[in-house]
Design a protein. Sequence first.
Lengths: 289, 589
Amino acid sequence: MASAAVSAVSASQGELTTRLRGFREVQRLAYACAEAVAAQLKPGVTEREAARMQREWLRERGVADWFHLPFAWFGDRTAFVGFRVPLQFFPTNRRLEAGMPFILDMAPVHQGFTADVGYSGCLGLNPVHDKLLADLEPHRELILREVRERRPLREIYEDVERLMTRQGYANRHRAYPFGVIAHKVGRVKERRWSPRLFGFGTQALKGLASDALHGHRDGWSPLWSPYTFSDHPPRPGLWAVEPHLGFRGTGAKFEEILVVTDSKDPEQSAFWLDDDLPHVRRWAEEKSA
Amino acid sequence: MSIEQATERWVRTGGVELCVAELGDPARPTVLLVHGYPDSKEVWAEVASRLAAHFHVVLYDVRGHGRSTAPRPLRGGFTLEKLTDDFLAVADAVSPDKPVHLVGHDWGSVQAWEFVTVERTEGRIASFTSMSGPSLDHFGHWIKKRMARPTPRRAAQLLGQGAKSWYVYLLHTPVLPELAWRGPLGRQWPKILQRVEKVPAGDYPTASLPQDAARGAWLYRDNVRARLRRPRADAYAHAPVQLITPTGDAFLSERLYDDLEQWAPQLVRRSLPAKHWVPRTRPDQLAAWIGEFVTATEDTAAGVAPRDTAASGPYADRFGGQLVLVTGAASGIGRATAYAFAEAGARIVAVDRDAEGAARTAEMARLIGAPDAWAETVDVSDEQAMEKLAEKVAAEYGVVDVLVNNAGVGISGSFLDTTPEDWKKVLDVNLWGVIHGCRLFGKQMADRGQGGHIVNTASAAAYQPSKALPAYSTSKAAVLMLSECLRAELAGRGIGVSAICPGLVNTNITSTARFAGVSADEEKRRQRKSSRLYGLRNYPPEKVADAVLKAVVRNQAVVPVTPEARGARLLSRLAPRALRAIARMEPPL
């Protein structure tokens, strides 16, 4: 599965194998979907409609299975205000209004490759949202740097949280199940019938459960959380990393795949799967402007 | 008496001569101030001189008041129709080409509501700021609605306002009010104002008061019964309205304005903790709000887009434009409090010894609604630095309206392990920081004499003893008692003091706390452990910030915030021995 792809990477010293290319393609497809749907959002669209638009867009392009079904959060739901039970993550009939932030989050499986992406945007002008998006950049750098240093995941989690606190924000990925900032993704067997459990694909869940079982025996976990079970160095594989900032009813996140390998070369030991993504391009444009 | 630097002229209309005073540059937008009862235009002296720097300020004595002449006969000479004629005559004389910005207090506001809701003044009024004077038509509908379906709440509102209107009934008796005003009441009035209404002594009220008050009784007799019995159904405002409500007004209930949005669609609400005579007791705040509203209205008329980060918080009516200084504003409760005030539209001074964090707080505060925000790098325990800060703030930003003494450090460890240096450090920040803040900024507030509020962050440890926190608890208990004493002292000056007792809140106080009597490594470990415990408790500082704003609005004395803080507070009264038993427990570190 993923680890096989990863050892292939380290063997060929950075050449993208077909498998990694497969992951990158589905991640690009998912971000293309997010951008296409975001461009169609207008005042009055509900979260359910936005989620359906993502689902249909991806289905038309050959996605049959999901790690999880698309989510859409509008307004203060982007910061998970008042979330107490996981069911609140599911799309509601909240309508989009001018100036409202939104987040589209989807995890399609395409030809057996999984991606999990998060796209933050807002309808019209929202200076707070712009600031949050800009302030996500140091988190992307921090995570990569500390993973390359092979720091325990729990400590990296705490460093990210400290940076958020220093920036004046709240850590909102703590609201996710197990408070995870990231989770492992891998290849998924393509089945003709792939039922879903609470919006999560059973094939993907199976992969996660088997990772969790193996990890439990060997002292690691496919969930990157603030708890002791994440007190281990980064495990080679593909991690969907999703730092999520919240600030008084406005939330922003990105989510993309971080490749961790067992290479001794720090450059090759961890790298972002793709650097040509909407949020990265946005930061580059801001810098050049 | 005349207002300083004002030029006076006389406007003749409907058989009377009105005394009109003007200040400021006539090319600027005209702000027309209308006084109430029993008053003359001099009630506006303080506000007018503040507004004159930016606007063309016009005041006039209402007919029969001050130096204006009275109609003959008095009966029937004070109807709202005739008062509207007077307004139009003055407006045409002082600003023939452009509409005026109307400001009314008390009966000035009652008449101005008539001006702004009748058809013939359309196009002559650019905006209207109302204080302590409802429209008689709206009032009539308000009463009718409550009489028609008197639910318990509505009946209570009706009875409440009915009791506050006692003087209106008295003014309807013949001759007696005139005799009282020209006799003992007129002589005692200045003292009554000072004692009951806390109006500062000085050259107000003017010598014409007994005559003004005696004649002005006809304002009530000519209008109140007629309008309340048959209120107009079309009393809609044709200009934007700003409503300033003094929350301590003895004559008017705040509930009178509950349905006002229906009559004035573009309504901006402001509330002010003050008594009835706000033009005398709160001139700075009034001038600021009037200036802001007039400027915003002029900008809209000129097609300038309003700020895209407008204040939207729940207390925007109360804190809009006020100056709030928060110490320890680079993180935790201080930062969350600064943000909460910023959301309510306050101007923020973020003080901390961490320059970068304070700058960050100020930057974010501006993004979420603060019209302005500044960062100041000061250690609150440094007396000279605090004095310099107080001078700088007063000179550059103004007098602080709300002071939040929040900066504090944590220290844990047994009493026998705590060194004199540890004691000195914790008392310097936690207690002396608060003392310096209250001393310097509290003095500025008291000297200004226009109210204010001080919030001190104490702690649940102020009343919950613990063998693990002797030094910290001592410092916080001192802060709590200091706040209570100061509250008693400053109550007479309209300055409120609140002590906030948060409890276990997820902030970085744990990761910077000193643990006395252990090695450096052990201290690190305990800091991490306690941070994790507080993280598991995960009570957000934002909720404490909400409690701070609520405490200021309600002028609460002691506010325990988290459930454990409230529980301990209750136990400290009901079962202090239970608290002493808890104090002996070993913390799980």
